[in-house]
Design a protein around this ligand. Sequence first.
Ligand code: ADP
Length: 295
Amino acid sequence: METDHVSVNQSEKTVVSVKEEDQQATSSPLLEIEISEIATQVNVEAERVIDVQDVNFYYGAKQALFRVSVPIHRNHVTAFIGPSGCGKSTFLRTLNRMNEFVEGTRIEGNAWFGGQNIYAPTVDVISLRQRIGMVFQRPNPFSSSIFENVAYGLRVLKFPRHAIHERVEESLRGAALWDEVKDRLHKSALGLSGGQQQRLCIARAVAPRPEVILMDEPCSALDPLATLRVEELINKLREEYTIVLVTHNMQQAARVSQYTGFFLQGKLVEWGLTVDVFTHPKQKETEDYISGRFG
Ligand code: ADP
């Protein structure tokens, strides 16, 4: 009998096997964090879609990130955890240069994406944000119709009219919202529930077909049921997109991600397979954090 448990993801590419000893450790003894089957669905051959190297980030004189280096693997979910104020959101925003909206910020280091350094002055930031989209903590739909919320970005990108309709439907389906809204597409998006609004924001983010979607605590304003639906959606989106997720919720990281990074005081203290980080953390600070000793 096969002693290894082999999980195969939907793309049916190579997926690693999880050895028996790891299977036994699928519940972290530290905080009784349940590590899901999803966390084990790792394709070790997946390419690095983004390669972050030695990034320092400053708000004025205050340094918020210290020499952060981390790979982001294609078609996987990478979660970043850590106590409040440790730099998770700042880091996420460096990946599509959203921090540039804050005056007086400065960045050093490189983040390679498609052969280009994201921080190079020659990068077209609009097209960068089309390729690396973002979903925020609070659902932030525009006050226009459900349809227009998804169509807006496509119009900005000068999509032909006929293609817009098709893409809006496809995006709403992709965000697991189509069946709930198909009869009210031209009604205000503000009439949707919080969970539906967040899935609408995800539909808006996927509409230009980005390669990477950054999600900054996407469930923190949602109730448990809406959270579950968004987590299921994140797992499904992984088939087509690469997801980088910031969450203060360690259980969520263990449920939906394949890679986890732990930030503390602006430093990426640990990064690795989610299964390893939660069961055999290498650093004492990680162990202290996931066992609830601080944070
Ligand atoms: P986290 O997402 O882990 O809660 P943040 O990235 O929001 O952490 O914050 C990291 C550090 O940067 C904190 O000390 C925070 O006060 C500071 N910071 C965040 N945003 C700004 C800003 N716009 N201006 C100045 N400092 C900021």
